[in-house]
Ligand binder design. Structure first.
Ligand code: C2E
Ligand code: MG
Ligand code: MG
Ligand code: MG
Length: 288
């Protein structure tokens, strides 16, 4: 019947395409307006160092914060932004927020604290442009390069190891850190991995999730942590939600944890309040 409708009434088909095009234009327009209004912002999720019980870093996570509604997560707008060529503008906003706030926290004596920013697939494939953006942000906002990290997912890196190597080297030369994000979900060749000038591995939260109930996940997590140590890389476990998971990671001497147990991604003011608490009352350490 569908075939009949499609073949016999082609106008139906064209109308659908028209509607689709209209929706796309509306969305693109809305995102442009949102960019002009600075509605794309970085939220900050803290990273707790397990040896010192201090917040030593954050991950800047993109949010669309409309005037009159709840914040929208990146899963909903990053793919659209990539498609419409708005990803560079949005990521620049996130990078600027990340540098500006982190510079402020360090200047206020709430640090030392670093910030990690995610790199999209599109940005990864245009290294010159990416590095130009990063240089510009560092130069104009005055953040120490060592306080900035860039996150590249394992699958992005391994899909094009040559390019990954180039990108990572460019950051390394500037003293900017480089993490492999969602580690364990891609297919890393260890011989490729060791050639990269990395600073950190982030264990994907899918392994952390069942670490206390699934012996295989526990073994994988333990192996990644041990490998990171052997390669002289920091290891951060993401998606830590329970005290039991935290205890396991402590026992494995994991360097850092990030997850809802510590805090969700917070607006900058809330993250700043958390830092003040941690510094003055040690509340963050107590909670961990
Ligand atoms: P990611 O880089 O792996 O970021 C971690 C995601 O896990 C975040 O989701 C974070 O909120 C979530 N998460 C953190 N702790 C927990 C936990 O304990 N439990 C659970 N269930 N989830 C947790 P979010 O913010 O929705 O970001 C999703 C992805 O979007 C990120 O994954 C990253 O790949 C991408 N993304 C976020 N911000 C940006 C950005 O500025 N630029 C680009 N290119 N990508 C971004
Ligand atoms: Mg990330
Ligand atoms: Mg991640
Ligand atoms: Mg992840």
């Amino acid at each position: 019947q569908a075939k009949q409708a499609g073949g016999g009434r082609p106008w139906l088909y064209t109308e659908d395409i028209g509607e689709q095009a209209a929706r796309v234009l509306t969305m693109r327009h809305r995102m442009r307006v949102a960019l002009e209004r600075n509605e794309f912002r970085a939220y900050f999720q803290p990273q707790l160092d397990l040896a010192s019980n201090r917040i030593v870093g954050t991950e800047a996570l993109a949010r669309w914060v409309p005037e009159d509604g709840p914040p929208v997560g990146p899963g909903e707008f990053i793919p659209i932004a990539e498609e419409y060529g708005l990803i560079d503008a949005i990521c620049l906003r996130i990078l600027e927020d990340a540098c500006r706030w982190t510079q402020r926290w360090n200047a206020l004596g709430l640090g030392p604290i670093s910030v990690a920013v995610n790199i999209s697939g599109r940005q990864f494939h245009d290294p010159e442009r990416l590095i130009g953006t990063v240089d510009h942000a560092l130069n104009t906002l005055g953040l120490e390069p060592a306080a900035l990290e860039l996150e590249l997912t394992e699958s992005t890196a391994m899909n094009d190891p040559e390019n990954a190597s180039t990108v990572i080297r460019m950051f390394h030369e500037r003293g900017v850190g480089c993490c492999i994000d969602d580690f364990g979900t891609g297919y890393s060749s260890l011989s490729v991995l060791k050639r990269f000038a990395l600073t950190k591995l982030k264990v994907d939260r899918s392994f952390v999730c069942d670490v206390t109930t699934d012996a295989n996940d526990a073994a994988i997590c333990g192996a990644i942590i041990a490998m990171g140590r052997a390669l002289n890389l920091k290891v951060c476990a993401e998606g830590v939600e329970t005290e039991d998971q935290l205890a396991f990671l402590r026992a494995q001497a994991c360097d850092q944890v990030q997850g809802f147990l510590i805090a969700r991604a917070l607006p900058p003011d809330d993250l700043e309040a958390l830092l003040r608490q941690g510094v003055t009352a040690g509340a963050v350490g107590e909670r961990a």
